[in-house]
Design a protein around this ligand. Structure first.
Ligand code: CP
Length: 294
């Protein structure tokens, strides 16, 4: 997320809006985007595929490594270098932190990080910002609660950094050993962003504009018993939202497990499935900008 300045973010959001409303129709006819997902995905994978196809491009897809020569022991470096011979753009998700950064330094094609381990998920942050802008009509000075696994959940790292360009007030609620990493908090402090760390989010709901809920990242726990101890730490219910502001919205990068009760879906505050739809427009905008289509 730190690769993007405030002006870049605003330009991408404006492009996303123009694409959504049909004011511009960028085209990537004849171009190929490789979607290389070494780690499972539903939304990021399918929204990138939708974005590419809506732009008139085609996709080369790898959903998991079985069926590729990675399963024979080929390295990620050799796999990426090979795909780089075929594709105009590489979108990649890995379990390895920093893998997309590395790929961007050694490959010919532009690289988009679609999530690297517990590190960053910058295109998710862009669709999160677009969702916040659409629901709040501003990005400036909002109070945002981020709840759940703030240590291992990459979306909250990217989103906190993105919001720091817009003078947000941030409230972090997590189990004590799953707090926001120090490097993100240092970044926020450097930018003069007000944030607090709390154990429970419920008392703060009446002052929030956005509640950003995340899943406890089971797949990143070395010991399953540690996951069992914290898996039910936060469950947002309709009753908890009774004192919320009219503009308040609940976001979630999804997938959810049990951290938002299904009853919340029927409240006017739920916005997580529209948020997933917004991923297509923002990813169309990011691809268009990277490939020079706009
Ligand atoms: N939000 C998100 O990254 O979801 P997926 O893991 O399904 O792509």
């Amino acid at each position: 997320m730190r690769d993007l300045r405030r002006e870049d973010i605003l330009e991408l959001l404006s492009l996303a809006e123009k694409i959504e409303t049909g004011q511009i129709k960028p085209r990537m006819d004849g171009m190929l985007a490789a979607l290389l997902f070494f780690e499972p995905s539903t939304r990021t994978f399918f929204s990138f595929e939708t974005a590419v196809k809506r732009l008139g491009g085609a996709t080369l897809t790898m959903a998991g490594t079985s069926g590729t020569s990675v399963s024979k022991g080929e390295s990620m470096h050799d796999t990426l270098t090979t795909i780089d011979q075929y594709a105009d753009l590489i979108v990649m998700r890995t379990t390895q932190e920093g893998a997309a950064r590395y790929a961007s330094e050694v490959l010919r094609a532009p690289v988009i990080n679609a999530g690297d381990g517990a590190n960053q998920h910058p295109t998710q942050a862009m669709l999160d910002l677009y969702s916040i802008l659409k629901t709040q009509h501003t990005l400036e000075g909002l109070t945002v609660g981020l709840v759940g696994d703030l240590l291992l959940g990459r979306t909250v790292h990217s989103l906190a950094q993105a919001l720091s360009d817009f003078k947000a007030k941030l409230i972090f609620a997590s189990p004590s050993h799953l707090r926001m990493p120090d490097y993100i908090k240092e970044d926020l402090a450097e930018k003069g962003i007000e944030f607090m760390e709390v154990a429970q989010i419920e008392p703060y709901i009446p002052e929030l504009d956005i509640l950003y809920v995340t899943r406890i990242q089971r797949e990143r726990f070395a010991d399953p018993d540690d996951y069992e101890k914290v898996k039910n730490s936060y469950i947002i219910t309709p009753e908890m939202l009774r004192g919320a502001r009219p503009n308040f919205r609940v976001l979630h990068p999804l997938p959810r497990v049990n951290e938002i009760a299904r009853g919340v879906d029927d409240t006017p505050y739920a916005y997580y499935f529209q948020q997933a739809r917004n991923g297509v427009y923002t990813r169309q905008a990011i691809i268009s900008k990277l490939l020079g289509l706009v």
